[in-house]
Design a protein around this ligand. Structure first.
Ligand SMILES: NC(=O)c1ccc[n+]([C@@H]2O[C@H](COP(=O)([O-])OP(=O)(O)OC[C@H]3O[C@@H](n4cnc5c(N)ncnc54)[C@H](O)[C@@H]3O)[C@@H](O)[C@H]2O)c1
Length: 360
């Protein structure tokens, strides 16, 4: 098994990738280099994790032949250029959510990936952990039956300190608010279990913080399979929770309440009958624990690099999540139901942000 050399760029959540993810797999990854414009973060992370190369120049990372994987954890507006440059330099790429700021940019990344030796893995670490992964196995085994209805709540808390970081809270640099930056994880879990969305109706508002982007949102979704989903997301909850509940014909699943690890066990798995309970027991009989969050995603990433098989999270997954975001913003702006998929001729394909009103 090969140890893969990684460079982590951007040391906010990038520090978390190292502390929780790469450090959990010393036999699979070595963090050989870190890059950040902030020299205090560079020294602190470099010292804490004994990283040999520390630089504030991204081009220095691109030019290091010993680096195989570049893990991009910079603010969202920086992702596109860094992904394209890393692919052009022949690297494997990991990049934080939201991958890019529009479906048009996502398609540019997909085109660049198709022409490059490397592949791009978006981060959706909330998928990992034994709770959601068991639910996914039960669904994949065909035991769950018809899906009826799901509810997805993202009730978090963000205040002035969080929004004192200059790129946050602004349409220009964050591209969106609670729907794009925070609830994107639970909404990814929802489509990971249920598949494509057919149409959405959304309302958004900004009530918690004095910011440009939305911090409260609700939406009503019709899924391609005919079932219904309700989404609710706020940054003004005094107790932080993420909670997902899925009612299928043969089983109901409910996540725990951990705001930042909704994939973790235990999930309530409530079968409709003793026969279903038996089938579920059989499907889970040889269960191997799936580590939570970054450790889970990066473990599976390493396995995919070794086998050349599909990445655990792909550009198609990023597209599905950004397509939902685009539809939600388009609906909230127009007050209309929006159908998916969103194609290049859709007015929000190139930019989902509200357009400034024309001055008369
Ligand atoms: N998956 C998750 O749970 C999770 C959690 C937090 C943030 N994020 C995402 O990660 C990204 C970063 O968020 P954050 O909260 O860590 O932000 P942050 O502002 O705390 O950290 C970003 C870092 O990137 C550095 N940086 C900026 N431009 C750079 C450049 N050109 N080259 C090198 N370094 C540069 C900054 O100096 C800063 O230290 C965002 O896309 C955010 O949405 C994901």
């Amino acid at each position: 098994m090969a140890i893969r050399n990684v460079a982590v760029v951007g040391l906010g959540i990038g520090r978390g990738h190292i502390a929780e993810g790469y450090s959990a797999h010393p036999d699979k990854f070595r963090v050989e280099a870190i890059c950040d414009l902030d020299s205090e973060r560079l020294s602190a992370v470099g010292d804490d994790f004994v990283v040999p190369v520390r630089t504030n120049r991204f081009d220095e990372i691109l030019a290091m032949p010993e680096i195989e994987v570049i893990d991009i954890c910079t603010p969202p507006g920086v992702h596109l250029d860094q992904i394209l440059a890393a692919l052009a330099a022949g690297k494997q790429v990991i990049c934080e959510k939201p991958l890019v700021g529009s479906l048009a940019d996502l398609d540019r990344v997909a085109k660049a990936e198709a022409a490059a030796p490397g592949r791009v893995m978006p981060i959706f670490q909330y998928r990992y952990g034994d709770g959601l992964q068991k639910a996914r196995r039960i669904v994949d085994a065909g035991i769950a039956g018809k899906h009826y209805l799901a509810t997805v709540e993202t009730a978090w808390n963000r205040g002035a300190k969080y929004y004192s970081v200059p790129w946050r809270g602004k349409l220009e640099t964050e591209f969106g608010g609670v729907l794009l930056t925070h609830a994107i994880h639970s909404h990814d879990i929802m489509t990971y279990l249920l598949g494509p969305v057919a149409s959405v109706f959304a309302r958004t508002t900004t009530r918690v913080n004095p910011i440009e982007v939305e911090d409260c949102a609700v939406a009503s979704l019709a899924m391609a399979d005919g079932s219904l989903v309700s989404l609710a997301a706020t940054l003004g909850s005094q107790v932080e929770i993420s909670r997902l509940r899925f009612c299928f014909e043969n089983v109901t699943f409910e996540s725990g309440l951990k705001p930042y690890a909704p994939g973790d066990a235990p999930w309530q798995i409530i079968p409709a009958s003793p026969e279903v309970a038996e089938r579920i027991e059989g499907a889970l009989a040889d269960w191997d624990p799936v580590p939570s969050r970054f450790a889970g995603q990066l473990g599976r990433y390493h396995a995919a690099l070794e086998s050349g098989g599909p990445l655990p999270v792909t550009l198609d997954d990023a597209r599905r999540s950004l397509e939902l975001v685009t539809a939600l913003f388009a609906s909230a702006e127009t007050g209309r139901t929006v159908e998916l998929p969103i194609r290049p001729d859709h007015p929000k394909y190139a930019d989902w942000r509200p357009q400034p009103k024309a001055v008369a």
